[in-house]
Design a protein around this ligand. Structure first.
Ligand code: SF4
Ligand code: SF4
Length: 341
């Protein structure tokens, strides 16, 4: 596995990292085995967040005996200093460590959120204090909003930026990553597989390997997923012309109005299961028809509760017209049931 430097942090990490969301779904011991398998496969950079269920605890337990060989990154959604200070200590305990290499302010959704965390009494104050007293080594941030991320990079206050990046979301390469590189920041790519939407790992990682300074952190929940991706990193192959054409075909098919399953729109007060409904098109292709119908039946019943209040639209970092997409998803489901049910 290639090793690279995480920008100005100087931290040496594997060119492929680990994203800590999917292990939430595994029972504790299975998750520990998966994390350990990733380490044995050459991954030394593990990213998680205190809001990812017991992900921090699973990672901390799995890697306790090899702590000096791995780099931990975690995050807080806190916007104020008091809560952020509590979260730093909580993460230290969960990760079974006395120092976290990278602590990130999570999901700076817009410029107002950035201004809030940087204001007096904001979360940045607490993480800076934790850095000054050695409980964390570097401060980064994550975002889904390019103008906010560029503004955050330009403050010079952060050592890393974490942003969604894959072959259907490649806008960050135009300006954001250039600014981050100018500032010598580490660049971490969340959702390298489009949040589960993209099936061909060879295309996804072939695309990403064109950006050697960008460290993808795929969410991994099974040993075989890791083995497939690690093989692509051990013997990297440039994209062939046929691969590029296939990437363009998939991009055209998905368009730009697709759900990234980030769940920032949730919860809906009316109980609408937004990501499950919007994701139907994707999982109906991957599952057997009856399994797809069974999985979607409950979420689809919640669509009629939507009162088009627009609260979810305001929270969605991709500005998706969610009420319209819910109707579209329901209609697609009904046609699918007629065809296969
Ligand atoms: S627009 Fe509909 S789905 Fe969105 S929050 Fe309002 S009720 Fe829920
Ligand atoms: S609708 Fe928007 S906020 Fe909700 S899961 Fe999809 S991309 Fe995320």
């Amino acid at each position: 596995m290639r090793v690279t430097t995480l920008g100005k942090t100087g931290l040496r990490v594997s060119a492929l990292g680990f994203g800590g969301i999917p292990i939430i779904r595994l029972v504790f011991d299975d998750a520990v085995h998966v994390v350990r398998h990733c380490f044995e496969g050459g991954i030394t950079f593990f990213d998680t967040a205190n809001v990812y269920g017991d992900s921090e605890k699973k990672i901390g337990t799995a890697l306790e005996s090899v702590r000096d060989k791995v780099v931990f990154a975690t995050k807080t959604l806190a916007r104020d200093a008091e809560t952020a200070a509590e979260h730093v200590n909580y993460s230290l305990e969960n990760l079974k460590t006395s120092r976290i290499e990278l602590y990130q302010l999570h999901n700076l959704i817009n410029e107002a959120a950035l201004d809030t965390v940087l204001a007096p009494g904001g979360a940045y104050e607490a993480v800076k204090k934790a850095r000054d007293d050695g409980r964390i080594a570097f401060i980064g941030f994550s975002s889904h909003h390019i103008p906010t991320a560029i503004k955050a990079c330009r403050t010079g206050l952060f050592a890393t930026v974490q942003f969604p990046f894959n072959f259907i979301e490649r806008d960050p390469a135009d300006e954001l990553f250039k600014v981050a590189e100018e500032m010598n920041m580490g660049i971490i790519a969340m959702k390298p597989l489009g949040g589960g939407l993209l099936e061909r790992a060879d295309l996804c990682f072939g695309f990403l390997q064109q950006y050697p300074n960008v460290i993808p952190i795929p969410g991994i929940q099974a040993k075989k997923e890791l083995d497939e991706i690690v093989a692509l990193y051990r013997s990297p192959k440039p994209l062939a012309e046929a691969d590029r054409k296939e990437i363009e075909r998939i991009r055209a098919e998905l368009g730009t109005k697709f759900c990234h399953r980030c769940e920032y729109c949730m919860p809906c007060e009316k109980g609408v299961m937004i990501p499950n409904v919007l994701g139907f098109r994707s999982f109906s292709r991957r599952l057997a028809p009856m399994a797809a119908i069974a999985m979607a039946e409950g979420p689809m019943q919640t669509v009629e509760n939507c009162e088009e209040c627009q609260e979810c639209v305001e929270k969605c970092p991709y500005d998706l017209p969610i009420p319209d997409l819910l109707k579209e998803g329901l209609s697609l489901y009904k046609d699918f049931v007629k065809q296969h049910g």
